[in-house]
Design a protein around this ligand. Structure first.
Ligand code: KG4
Ligand code: ZN
Length: 357
């Protein structure tokens, strides 16, 4: 495998992402997006109410080559043109990650190209660089990443060299909570979009659900951490009590109250991080960013706090290969050497490990 990047100033990078249920292949040139192919196995998980790791891994195997071919065709390049390959090495589902890592290594060897093993969460932060309407990205920034698999609050001083984990969920991820509460309300998977739709007709103040880790005592110890499992249980109890009493469940109000609790706690903690660290910038990422109330509350409160809010287009917020390619490109442009072939998938890779050598 070649370990020299020939074009360091404007590299053509192919990114492979398989940490969860999206097989993502993205191609970038420098900071420009050329293609972003995503094949999701979401439908196959629907009847289980959540992502099943083995099903996701098998789907990645099936989707890898078609997605690769599509991304290359859409970018209008040939595989031999690329300067480097970037791949998500963690965190994520082990079996799913292994498929992407295996494919990336095989490509690197077959094409004789350098490889960059990169961090999925930091990839989410890098996605914003590809926003065609965006002004140049500035650091430091606080980043709030919320999806079905993660809820993390980061302080990013420099994308390729200095990312600090401020806090994360101590139980369920925010998206997971949406999926579980949807199930309680009899709504299909994935629950986030369903709850969002139903909540639009509800009163967010009709029922006040608990805000996890937000009491003064919790804010001392878990200032930037999240907890959604108590909230999910509170919703379940509330619904059960109505049902036991033979009453109708006001689904729209429950959805609206739940959505409000999640949005409130996410944005409150993210803006507290901005204030505490004197960082007037907040970047959002992950599938839950599609949530109408999360977006609305973020915009409202960020403006009041004098914080610049960045939300990349949704196709770059959810898991995708382009963000991985872009993190690879940024590492190359900053002069970082490629990884060796010794790395392996690491399901618990810490966010401070931006690249695994
Ligand atoms: O980033 P993503 O596409 O995949 C991973 O989890 O890695 O995020 C999917 C998650 C699911 O839990 C889904 O329910 C949630 O994002 N989601 C939403 C909305 N759209 C998707 N949650 C709340 N409101 C939405 N509109
Ligand atoms: Zn993700």
């Amino acid at each position: 495998m070649n370990d020299v990047v020939t074009n360091r100033s404007n590299p053509l990078v192919l990114g492979i992402e398989t940490s969860c249920d999206e097989t993502g292949i993205g191609i970038v040139r420098g900071s420009t997006l050329l293609s972003n192919t995503i094949a999701s196995s979401m439908d196959e998980h629907a009847r289980y109410g959540g992502v099943v790791p083995e099903v996701a891994a098998r789907a990645h195997l099936e989707e890898m080559v078609p997605a690769l071919n599509q991304a290359v065709a859409e970018a209008g390049i040939s595989l031999n043109d690329i300067d480097a390959i970037a791949v998500t090495t963690g965190p994520g589902l082990s079996g799913a990650l292994m498929v992407g890592v295996g494919a990336a290594k095989a490509l690197a060897v077959a094409l004789d190209k350098p490889i960059y093993a990169v961090n999925h969460l930091v990839g989410h932060v890098g996605a914003d660089i590809l926003d065609p309407s965006g002004t140049p990205f500035e650091y430091p920034t606080i980043a709030l990443l919320v999806s079905g698999g993660h809820t993390s609050l980061l302080l990013v001083r420099d994308l390729v060299s200095d990312v600090e984990l401020l806090g994360e969920t101590i139980d369920d991820a925010a998206g997971e909570a949406f999926d579980k509460v949807a199930r309680i309300l009899g709504l299909p998977y994935p629950g986030g979009p369903q709850i969002d739709r139903v909540a639009a007709a509800g009163d967010p103040n009709a029922i006040r659900f608990p805000r996890g880790l937000s009491r003064p005592k919790d804010m001392e110890k878990h200032r930037y951490d999240f907890s959604f499992s108590g909230l999910k249980t509170a919703v379940a109890r509330w619904v059960e009590q109505k049902q036991d009493a033979g009453l109708d469940v006001p689904v729209a109000d429950v959805a609206a109250g739940f959505r409000e609790a999640v949005a409130d706690v996410l944005i409150t903690k993210a803006l507290a991080a901005c204030a505490d660290h004197g960082v007037p910038r907040l970047l959002l990422g992950g599938g839950v960013v599609a949530n109408a109330r999360v977006r609305e509350l973020a915009a409202e409160r960020a403006e009041k706090a004098g914080v610049a809010l960045r939300i990349p287009p949704l196709s770059l917020c959810t898991d995708n290969g382009a963000m991985i390619a872009e993190l690879g490109a940024q590492l190359i442009m900053a002069g970082h050497a490629p990884s060796t072939l010794d790395f392996s998938a690491d399901s618990t890779l810490p966010v401070t490990d931006i690249q695994v050598r």
